[in-house]
Design a protein around this ligand. Sequence first.
Ligand code: BGC
Ligand code: NOJ
Length: 815
Amino acid sequence: MRYGYFDDTRREYVITRPDTPLPWINYLGCEAYFGIISNTAGGYSFYRDARLRRVSRYRYNNAPFDLGGRYLYLRDQDSGEFWSPTWQPTRRALQEYTCSHGLGYTIIASRYASIAAEVRYFIPLGENLEIWQLNLKNEHGHPARLSVFSSIEFCLWDAQDDATNFQRNFSTGQVEIEDGVIYHKTEYRERRNHFAYFACSEKPSGFDTQRDTFLGPYRGWEAPAAVERGGCFDSVANGWAPIGSHQIDLTLMPKETREIIFLLGYHENPADQKFDPPGSQTINKKTVLPVIRKYLVRSNANAAFEQLKAHWDELLGTFQVQTPSADADRMVNIWNAYQCMVTFNMSRSASFYESGIGRGMGFRDSSQDLLGFVHMIPERARERILDLAATQLPSGGAFHQYQPLTKRGNNDIGSGFNDDPLWLILGTAAYIKESGDWSILEERLPYENEPGTETPLYEHLQRSLGYTLERLGPHGLPLIGRADWNDCLNLNCFSDTPGQSFQTTTNKDGKTAESVFIAGLFVMAARELAVIAQRGGLREEAERCLAAAARMEATVLQHGWDGNWFLRAYDDYGHKIGSAVCEEGKIFIEPQGFCIMAGIGLENGHALKSLAAVREHLATPHGIILQQPAYSQYCLDLGEISSYPPGYKENAGIFCHTNPWIMIAEAMAGHGDEAFDYYLRINPSAREEISEIHRCEPYVYAQMIAGRDAATHGEAKNSWLTGTAAWNYAAITQWILGIRPEYDGLRIDPVIPAGWQGFKATRRFRGNTYVIEVKNPSSLNRGVKKLLVEGREIPGNLLPAVAPEAAVIHVEAVL
Ligand code: BGC
Ligand code: NOJ
């Protein structure tokens, strides 16, 4: 069953009923000011940091799930009837409803009582404000006397404090109202030099800024007292809960249309120019008013929207494909790329499943997000790499996260994940391969943001490798630390205390538990660093990396191979995990993916055996599960993985992030049909038809789909912020379609289903645009036999990166 449809031409997903199984959300904003918006206009906004600079308030875990947002109310002044054009929060049954989520904007259109309403929400490029463009049309045969009420609930900035520190916060809230603009200025009088504002293009006939006056005692957002009686109270918030609401009264003649623009924004003043006149407590509005005035003008708002569209056209133009699969095309050309941008911006901080107060930018998460983002804006990827590296510890280890506002690492959500530092090498390599910019390696960056400790980025990468090598266990495999990529495989935790966080508690500084996953990751990273060293003329250093990789590979083959698949780990007692000898958790997906991707077992047949085992034990129609059999009870020595009921999350859920590793491994083995088959199983668009089972958005990947052991097999959770986005993008574009940036050029090495007659792609790469046609006349899976560049055959399958002279280069590859 579907709840909408893809409009590929407009690059939108159009939801046709408001009561989707879960809120289906979208993101607004590209750089500093961001918003989350659901299909019923729920959600909130923040400036840079979802925790520390929350502009509007949102309550997670609400009932209904999605309550609180950018709500409007329409009231017919004659009948007294009122409704929300975005359905929530009144939930009055609308006669028509569509929500079109586009790239960086959302349009919700509806009709009720012959009033057509459309609200377009977006954030202009380069601005710290959002525009709500409301268009009304009277479709009655008679004049309509309407009141429009806007509403936004302000957050007192630090979302964590806002949700907990009521004894203080009920006394701090302050607003200012001037010329119809509502300013939220809590704590502006003291140490903050930023405020929020809510403006409107029409002259309001009333306003409210005190939430409980607007709503009335013991009432909620579904029927505010002000809306019900048809008039705001002109309340001024002093403490309690500051909100913004404008009342606009208008009469629409038959067929008449009217546009009203609302702006919700964030603004900063220099610390010494906060007040006007100086010495007063009144906000200095000199620099904010021009911005407000600009975007309240319709033509300016429309121009900003067109710019936003053009921006996305340009970004997506970096890579466009036409394959025999509509699901692949739609994800590659539109939604997967878009999700990669969102994960790049948000890491795992703010979604409808990440509260915005729990996590900042994850070290391993952001490093991996680069893989799907770097081709769109390499300069921003570069900045991110430098930010990450500057938080690295002198030991080569990493803070698990940093807050985007301060850019400083912290251990709030744990530390000692021994895989963390290695991902920086993969992220940096991806950047260089895309951009050809080797100079990044010379950037001097501190450790732990400590001035005076700067070394070139290259040394940071060396220390990343060193960190693993200095932490080897009894078999010579890397020690796992708190956990590796699988946050929940906690082999040094031994937690028996209810509620204790597995992510922050380590009860043992273990020197025994080892990870085969990190071993695979290490081999991959060490070989990458070897190439980088070689290029920098550091031949000995390159050999050292290669030797370390070879030693680790041999160790994996000796101690990390279980006979039919790669082992997962050794626990604190030296017992095997992910082995046929185990009762539960006999086979795990991660080492199969990572060891093969690192090239281990491709020559001796282990890779093929491992892939066959994955197919036999882990593959389901809804994707590949993380391990089997699921842990049926809590195991003190395994930690959080066994805390989940079987089939969910890391305990044998389909943890989608890992699936593309197997797709890539299959592709490396030349198995185009298998790789693409796995690709389609978790492709959200291919699952649209079963939206009532999948339940999450059909246009983006979710972190997890419930596994075979779960009561709700096939049900997705935690949409949007997941490494699944970047890795699937890499799997389909670089390994299945096989258009892969390398240090010296663009590799063309498709591994596709034999049934495909070919495909076309356009790829911008280092200043040139390659228009590529792949032909598969002999129904093969792999193997470019002939490569023609501008009609001339060249040897091999690498398009050498040439200085941009020809803007467009035509390429034909025949398998
Ligand atoms: C989840 C992991 C997550 C970790 C860190 C765990 O509860 O299962 O997927 O990465 O928390 O927040
Ligand atoms: C989600 C985290 O964001 C990611 O870093 C981790 O690898 C997976 N969970 C698996 O535990």
